[in-house]
Design a protein around this ligand. Sequence first.
Ligand code: DQA
Length: 144
Amino acid sequence: MTVLVLHGVNLNMFGRRDPAQYGTATLDDINAALAALAAELGAGLVTFQTNHEGAMVERIHAALDDGTSAVVINAGAWTHTSHAIADALALLPVPVVEVHMSNVHAREPFRHESVLARVCAGSIAGFGVQSYLLGLRAACALVR
Ligand code: DQA
């Protein structure tokens, strides 16, 4: 089993961005925690971050043929806007889990809607780095 974790726009700035919402862990810290948990769960892990929407769409397309068993995605602000990313995720025959570091439902109204939710098995928000780790656990449980 290989889980693809996708990090969207601005998420390379974790650790330097609004610590009250996102804490102080960097994206490298998050990926390291994911790699440790993946090893514990006996799963392979691939991570990808981009600030370019088309690059994200093309990485999702590539997941059709690269052995990806499940996807965990934090699309950042694209969560609330990108029907293009939702349509790309809808192409995949594997489970998709949406995650957010912050509790998007307790923030500005525009963050309350996810246009990706329609193509996701479920979503986890508000637990910081643990949101990703819970998302990885959920993805593995959906595959097994
Ligand atoms: C986020 C929440 C989004 O609303 C925001 O645009 C982000 C990060 C989160 O992880 O809490 O960039 O996805």
